[in-house]
Design a protein around this ligand. Sequence first.
Ligand SMILES: Cc1ncc(C[n+]2csc(CCOP(=O)(O)OP(=O)(O)O)c2C)c(N)n1
Length: 375
Amino acid sequence: MGPAASRHGVAAQPQHDILQLITSEGIRIPNEEYDRWVEDITDDRLAGLYEDMVVIRRIDKEATFLQRQGELALWPPLLGQEAAQIGSGRALRDDDFVFPSYRENGVAYCRGVKSEDILRVWRGNAHSGWDPYSINMATPQIIIGAQSLHAVGYAMGIKYDGASSVAVTYFGDGATSQGDVNESLVFAASFQVPVIFFCQNNHWAISEPVGLQSSVPIADRAPGFGIPGIRVDGNDVLAVLAATRVALDRARTGGGPTFIEAVTYRMGPHTTADDPKKYRDDNELQDWVEKDPISRVEALLTRQGKFTDNFQAKVQATADRVAAEMRSGCISMVEPEPMDVFSNVYSSPNSMLDRQRDQYASYLASFEAAEEVAQ
Ligand SMILES: Cc1ncc(C[n+]2csc(CCOP(=O)(O)OP(=O)(O)O)c2C)c(N)n1
C-alpha cells in the first residue's frame, strides 16, 4: 500500500495545506498572514491557554472515572481535542452563540458553564445541563449535525437584527456526510449569514475512518458551497485561535460564513461505551500521541523559560480543584422524581405526552399495588 492510499483504497488526506503556528515539537513558526491575528498572545496568555487545556483534560479524566464508578450513564471523552476546543472557544465573545454536538465540554468550560452542569445530562438527571441563554450555548445535541441548522437559523436572526455577534456550530467529520450539515451550508451561503462551521476532524466517526467518507480534505468541500474553508492543525491552540478569529472577523463585518476544519484526533474511545481497539490500529494512536496539543505548548513555554515548577504546580492545583468540585457537585445532585421526566418537554399542552405520562403513572402505581398485596 503506497503512502497516499489508506487501507480503504481512498487517497489519504494531504497535509501540506494545514495552518500551523506551533509544531509538534513546540517550535513557533512565523506566518505572514496569520501572525497579526495572535499578536496579543504574549507568553503569559499562552500560559493561560495551556492551563485551560490541562484543566479540561483533567475534567475529562474525572468524568471518565465517574462513569466507570457508575455515577454517569455515559461520557464522550475529548482527549486529544483540547486545542481545537480551547483555541476556538477562547476566540469567542460573550454575545456569540455556540451550537455544539455532545463532545464540546471544553467549549462549555470556556463559556463559563458550572462544571457539574456539564455532567447533568450524562447522569440522566435532567433533559439538558444548563440554561442556554445564560451562557449563550445550546445544550448538547445528540442528533448528528442537527445543530448546524439551528446555528444558521440563529445567524439569520443576527443578520436581521443588524447585530455583530456570530453563531458558531461544532460538529465532527462524520457529521459532514449528514443532510442537515449540507443543507445548512447551502442556506448559509445563499443568505451570507454570520456563522462559523467548526468541524473537529478527529479522524473517526465511531468506527468509520474519515478517509472512507471523504476522499478530499473536508475543508475543501466548503468552497463547493461558496464558503471559504480553512484547514488548521487542530492540535495547535494558537493556529486554531488565529483561524477562528479570522472567521469571526469575516462574519462580524458582513463577509458571511466560514468553514474551519480543525485536524485533530480522538485519542480515547468514541464514548465510554465503545472499544476503539476493535477497529483502530494502535500505531495510529501512537503517531498522534506525538502530536499532543498540550505537550507542544509545554515545550514552547519551557523554551521561553515560562514553564517553571511553580507554574506547573499552580496549573495542576487548579485542574485538581475544578475536578474535585465537579465530582462533589455530581455526587450531590438531587435525584429527580420519576414523573419529572415529562416536565419541561413542551411549553404548551401535548396530548401524546399526556398519554405517555398517564401510562407511566399507572405503571409505577402497579408496583405500589403489588407491594401492598405482598404486605
Ligand atoms: C442522525 C444521527 N445518525 C446517527 C447517529 C449515531 N451516531 C452517534 S455518534 C455518531 C458518529 C459521529 O461522528 P462524528 O460526526 O465524526 O463526531 P465525533 O463523535 O467523532 O465527534 C453516530 C453515527 C446519531 N446520533 N444521529
